[in-house]
Design a protein around this ligand. Structure first.
Ligand SMILES: [Fe+2]
Ligand SMILES: [Fe+2]
Length: 191
């Protein structure tokens, strides 16, 4: 199998798992755990093997950072589901949010990332890289299984983006006093 086919196949597997979650309430939480392990290992392998293949131009660098930021985001919304009791009505709604965030992410990969990699890599590269991708994913899986089982998939760096944390830490000034709200007088219809 070649790299992009392998990635596509896993995206489709995740799409399938979301359908199973929606159609089988009894086993939804079990499917979600499977999905979380697959998504986290897939993301790890992409970050280690795939994104590195992007060229060094500004646009590609920005794409890479955006895709990594989306991985972090998917991780955070999955953590919210893991923190929710599957019996709770919020569980399915929170799961739907993961589906939406993930759908946006894979759409971007299948359109933008795949397009750029097709231009950059030969067929032989694609073969070799798929093997590397599978190996990286296989290596990541046991740790991801452990984290999902423990229901804690966030590492400190995922809790809050560092830049945002710095901005918040640096904010020592008290919030400016709010001006009293002044509603503009309504213009009366009749004058
Ligand atoms: Fe990804
Ligand atoms: Fe992906």
């Amino acid at each position: 199998m070649k790299l992009l086919e392998g990635i596509q196949k896993e995206h489709d597997e995740v799409r399938g798992l979301f359908l199973q979650i929606e159609n089988d309430e009894e086993r939804a939480a079990e499917y979600f755990d499977q999905l979380a392990v697959l998504v986290l290992s897939h993301h790890e392998a992409e970050e280690q093997v795939v994104f590195e293949q992007l060229p060094g131009d500004k646009e590609s660098k920005e794409l890479k950072l955006e895709l990594i930021a989306e991985h972090d985001n998917v991780r955070r919304v999955m953590q919210v589901v893991l923190d929710t009791d599957p019996e709770d009505d919020h569980w399915a709604a929170r799961c739907k949010v993961v589906k939406e965030v993930f759908a946006h992410h894979i759409e971007e990969e299948e359109n933008e990332l795949f397009g750029t990699l097709r231009e950059e890599l030969s067929e032989a590269d694609m073969d070799k890289l798929y093997k590397k991708f599978e190996t990286a994913e296989g290596k990541a899986k046991p740790e991801m299984q452990k984290m999902v089982k423990a229901k804690m998939i966030l590492k400190p760096e995922h809790v809050l983006p560092l830049s945002l944390k710095d901005a918040l830490d640096g904010e020592k000034k008290p919030a400016p006093k709010k001006k009293p709200a002044t509603k503009p007088a309504k213009a009366s219809a009749k004058s």
